[in-house]
Write a protein that binds this ligand. Structure first.
Ligand SMILES: Cc1cc(-c2ccco2)c2oc(N)nc2c1
Length: 156
């Protein structure tokens, strides 16, 4: 019986650069990613996204813009990850290292895709060109994408 786990990812943007975090432990450890995690009972997806960004980077988002919605599935695993992706350039605070993440700014033309999840280079162009998207990725283990689709949508 398939079940869903709702997660968030937030990318902080400045003109020409993006804030990424090196995941120091747990799921996705050793990869650069946006900031995020589980949405807890009693909070909205937006509240969860803001909370995880603050917990993981010390940055407070004043507003978030929807970027996309991705469903990730792993072979032989009934739990589908429903990941809601946001970006912000309206925030307070300077990024700081936490137990979970080591933040670092990257210029948009030098994103370390070789040290990120293998799906990122496929949907980052939608984020950078402000095209709302939905996507699905089927993983075999943590490194191999067996199949995927991405489609631009008018609303999420
Ligand atoms: C399978 C997978 C999971 C995540 C994830 C976990 C928590 C939030 O997102 C990813 O994030 C990115 N960029 N690719 C990802 C692939």
């Amino acid at each position: 019986m398939a079940s869903k786990k709702v997660l968030t990812l937030v990318f902080v943007k400045e003109p020409g650069k993006i804030l990424l975090g090196m995941k120091k432990r747990g799921f996705g450890q050793g990869r650069w990613n946006g900031f995020g995690g589980k949405v807890e009972k009693g909070e909205t997806i937006l509240e969860g996204a803001k909370r995880e960004l603050l917990e993981e980077s010390g940055v407070t988002a004043n507003s978030l813009t929807k970027v996309g919605l991705i469903n990730f599935e792993f072979e032989k695993d009934p739990v589908i990850l429903e990941v809601h992706i946001f970006k912000t350039s309206d925030y307070n605070g300077s990024p700081m290292e936490t137990e979970e993440m080591r933040p670092q700014w990257y210029t948009d033309d030098a994103i370390p895709f070789d040290k990120m999840w293998p799906d990122d280079h496929l949907w980052f162009p939608y984020m950078f060109s402000n095209r709302l998207f939905e996507a699905y990725f089927l993983f075999q283990g943590m490194d191999v994408i067996v199949s995927h689709w991405i489609k631009e949508v008018e609303s999420l």
